[in-house]
Design a protein around this ligand. Structure first.
Ligand code: ATP
Ligand code: MG
Length: 199
């Protein structure tokens, strides 16, 4: 780099820094964050669990509600329960394996009761509602009840909702919304779901 370019670069970076500093100074609201992680690509639940690990790593309290992963062994659960993260798991397994709408809806309701209790508990800093979007899409849970529970949660509590096809009311209410796009997935090339990677 010539000296002149160096100067230009420095001036540009200084401007960027000023803008970032200003934005950081302006972001002074202290409150829990509602995040929705949706889309068809892989990485929604793992992202949610990453934040749970981050929370627990600070000595804070997280709770996990899993809406359709009942019969799968879950690596994160094995680890996180050991460090005091409570789990509520809907026990019906993947919905396309179960044929009974009635029992699925009942299981969803029972699991939701636990979620609701955590959404009223100030001692819980983060609630992960894994795969909740499907419960709303299938009408197993009442959308308005879900929205109300999210709105009325303790001010400092953060919540993460994962799952494809998030209802618009959920993304509208959320503070942070991420869409994971599928570029390619190993499964499409015939590679089996791998323990320690996919579950
Ligand atoms: P992960 O739990 O790995 O973060 P996810 O939460 O984004 O995945 P889900 O829709 O909940 O994705 O699906 C869970 C399982 O399905 C995982 O084993 C994951 O590898 C697999 N999966 C995710 N996306 C795809 C895809 N686009 N094609 C095929 N399988 C997928
Ligand atoms: Mg998932």
């Amino acid at each position: 780099m010539t000296e002149k370019n160096q100067e230009k670069h420095k001036a540009r970076q200084q401007k960027v820094k000023e803008k970032v500093d200003q934005k950081v100074a302006e972001a002074n609201i202290e409150q829990g964050i509602l995040q929705v992680i949706s889309g068809n690509g892989k990485g929604k639940s793992t992202s949610g669990f990453g934040t749970v690990a981050r929370c627990v790593g600070h000595g804070m309290q997280a709770a996990v509600v899993q809406f359709i992963k009942g019969n799968w062994e879950c690596g994160e659960r094995n680890l996180l329960e050991k460090v005091g993260v409570p789990f509520a798991v809907m026990k019906t397994g993947f919905t396309w394996e179960t044929q009974n709408r009635e029992t699925d809806a009942q299981a969803a309701q029972a699991t939701w009761q636990k979620a609701k209790a955590w959404l009223q508990d100030e001692s819980i800093d983060l609630v992960l509602l894994d795969e909740l979007t499907y419960m709303v899409s299938y009408d197993y849970l009442d959308l308005n009840e879900v929205l109300e529970a999210l709105r009325n949660r303790p001010k400092m509590q953060s919540v993460i909702i994962t799952g494809r096809g998030a209802h618009r009311s959920l993304t509208e209410l959320a503070d942070t919304v991420s869409e994971v796009r599928n570029v390619k997935h190993a499964f499409e090339a015939g590679i089996k779901a791998q323990k320690g990677f996919d579950f």
